[in-house]
Design a protein around this ligand. Structure first.
Ligand code: ADP
Ligand code: MG
Length: 364
């Protein structure tokens, strides 16, 4: 048995996901999970750090302490529930919280004080997974394709794995070929931002509000005109491009619209940008396996299935793994790769000059 914990806190800022895995050779088994909703004050602080402001260094250092204490509490709860001692865990793979991502300038910033996490938990921590790939000329993202391949490669079918978090990313897995993948655009981030702005809700449950509106073709065309959608991978994106300010600028170019029609169009933007990216990257997709919070958005899942009539579109749940835990499992697996000296980036995905061992180790 080799036990690892993965801690993931994505761009949606909905909460911290913690997964406990057993990594036996190349086989990964999920043993336990824990979810910590993001406290409102921490969410506000982290969101503020995603754009320029005064005294960022100290504010970031304070916010990451808050984040770490929360994650450490969650780890403690999970281990108690599983009756496992911290000394039985080989390492925690901690992604941290992304507050900036500017790969073209060689910049990606994940905060999450790994020294403090090691101190609070008594467990070794591997963190800072992205910067080595950036240092080698890559985008530093996405890093999950190698893990998607390890979980879902199949000899007989051309598969794509779609993670719909704040942003969406695709992994293409074809028998006998190198894995390929890239960020394809906003996943939930704009849907969340718009319903929050209009109704004060955190997200559009089931996509029901989007389903009550009509897609506005002129708005869709305007949104899809952003150069990001026209570029082929390797590419990655974040809140610095797709945010409420970007959406407001696009809306300001057009006549006023019903808020539910805007939501319907944002859902169509997520679906269409995924569909277009998939069509360009894979000549045939037998199966599209969806993970991340977006897998719970019925309206979005239905729309993807309509756009891809020849593809089996299903949540990863149908393949035995809950869609909510794959990213956290991936960071537990990345910690394993680091300790074992296994390169975990894929140059075909990130554009790095070569394979690299990812992560920095903070011993217990
Ligand atoms: N039942 C649901 N219906 C619609 N959307 C959902 C549902 N559950 C989760 N989501 C969406 O998923 C997001 C969280 O997804 P997640 O995979 O955790 O993203 P991230 O990795 O960015 O944190 C939420 O912000 C929300 O938009
Ligand atoms: Mg999340």
């Amino acid at each position: 048995m080799a036990l690892y914990l993965g801690v993931m806190s994505g761009t949606s800022l909905d909460g911290i996901d913690i997964a406990l895995i057993d990594q036996e050779d190349t086989h990964t088994r999920l043993l336990g999970t824990h979810y910590l909703p993001m406290p409102a004050d921490l969410r506000t602080d982290l969101l503020a750090l995603c754009s320029p402001g005064p005294d960022e260094l100290v504010r970031a250092a304070l916010a990451e302490q808050h984040w770490v204490r929360l994650a450490a509490q969650g780890i403690d709860d999970l281990l108690r529930q599983q009756r496992i001692q911290p000394t039985q865990i080989r390492a925690i793979g901690s992604h941290g919280q992304t507050v900036r991502h500017h790969p073209a300038q060689g910049v990606t910033i994940q905060i999450g004080n790994a020294a403090l996490l090691a101190e609070c938990t008594g467990i070794s921590v591997v963190s800072d997974f992205r910067r080595r790939d950036l240092a080698a000329g890559g985008q530093g993202a996405p890093l999950v394709p190698a893990f998607h391949q390890a979980l879902f490669a199949d000899d007989n079918s051309q598969r794509a794995i779609l993670n719909i978090g704040g942003f969406s990313n695709l992994t293409l897995i074809e028998p006998g070929k190198q894995v390929y993948g890239f960020d394809c655009g906003p996943g939930n981030v704009l849907l969340d931002a718009w319903i929050q702005h209009q109704q004060g809700l955190e997200f559009d449950r089931g996509g029901d509000w989007a389903a009550s509106g009509q897609v506005q073709p002129i708005l869709l065309k305007t949104l899809l005109g952003d150069p990001f959608f026209l570029t082929q991978g390797p590419k990655s994106t974040g809140r610095e491009l797709f945010n409420m300010r970007w959406l407001s600028q696009q809306l300001a170019k057009l006549p006023a619209m019903m808020p539910e029609d805007v939501q319907a169009t944002l859902l169509e933007l997520t679906a269409t940008s995924i569909f277009d990216a998939l069509q360009a990257a894979q000549d045939r997709t037998d199966e599209l396996l969806v993970c991340g919070g977006g897998a719970h958005n019925r309206t979005l899942m239905k729309r993807l299935a309509e756009l891809l009539p020849a593809t089996r579109v299903a949540s990863t749940e149908a393949y035995g793994i809950s869609p909510d835990w794959i990213e956290a499992m991936a960071f537990a697996w990345l910690a394993h790769c680091c300790l074992e000296g296994i390169p975990a980036n894929r140059p075909s995905v990130t554009g790095a000059r070569g394979p690299r061992i990812l992560g920095a180790i903070y011993p217990a």
